[in-house]
Design a protein around this ligand. Sequence first.
Ligand SMILES: [Zn+2]
Length: 373
Amino acid sequence: MIVRILIGLLLLTIPMMLLGQANAGDDKGICKGDMTDIGTAGDGTSCYHWEANPADPSLAGQEDMAMPMVSPMMTTTYTLTVVGENFTSKSTDDVEIKVIESVEFKEDASQDYGYDDYTNAMEHWKSVENGQSDPVTAEIMPVDAADQVYFKSTATGKVTVSPNQATATPQTVTCTGVSKGESDIQANCGEEMGMTIKTLKAASYPKKSKSVAIRLVNETNYMSTDISTAALRTYLNNTIYNQAVFEWNVTRLPTKTVNFDLNADGMLDDNSWMTAEMQVVRDSCDAAGYDHIIFLVDKPSYGGTGFMDLNQKYGFVYGDITATPNQTTAHELGHGGFGLMHTPVADGINVMHPSVGAAKIRLRKNQWDAIQN
Ligand SMILES: [Zn+2]
């Protein structure tokens, strides 16, 4: 008898407790401007009341609904108070909606490969080698919403991304090349399949390489200016062509002294590709077994810093004219090695800018592709 009474009380009490229990729902992240519902379905008998901190105009008129739709402009805590039928119970619960305002991808200073924020200012490009990983930086606003940003690669057979979820800002995001191709790296709000707030485009390439030999060429009547082979190798492979997942095998050939100044004007005539004097250098200083050969020669008649026509084996770099011989060599190899044209002047820091300079070290997505083809 007593047992039966107890069971009866339990059967009566449990539903009444559940009816009056506030459940504001799970915390979540949304993109700024998106809507989301909060709370859970009403039981038809309890009374509901919501308050927002800070105040949220999108809640207006819905304060007494069980599941309002809100669109907060900033991270907001909503407190739900539930009063059971006939005031049998009263409870509160709250839910935090984190509002992600922006995610910006940026170049990571420690990256090994390339980053292109010029070709598409809204969706930057990242290069990576098949089988290798490289970081980018994601800056998330506001700070308190960083953990509500999820990263997703749309083509994981080409490039994968980690971590799945941000933990801080700035957040290091690692792109790993899988096979040749491209993928969108999405920064999504609230969940992996959430709204995309920013996209980084990633391209994976196999490592490719070619050989280039460097030869200092003196005229019988004057000396030319030499450069460091090791410094050039490092520059080509760690500063410039690594951006396109490409490596130059740099070799030094013995210095040669040649009587190329046919008209005895004290200069190398270089006003066209290629003059008789340039041909003397080429024919006297050739070597077998290299994809390209760069001749270091002084005193060009035309006054440029280097000369290599499109898709040529031989190139000239004028060490007495250029203040940045490594950069000039990288530029001329762009012409001769891959047929790269000069870029528009507006891309002022491109390797293939019409004028050379220490700051001109960038290769862009279309150039990565050209170098890889
Ligand atoms: Zn040029």
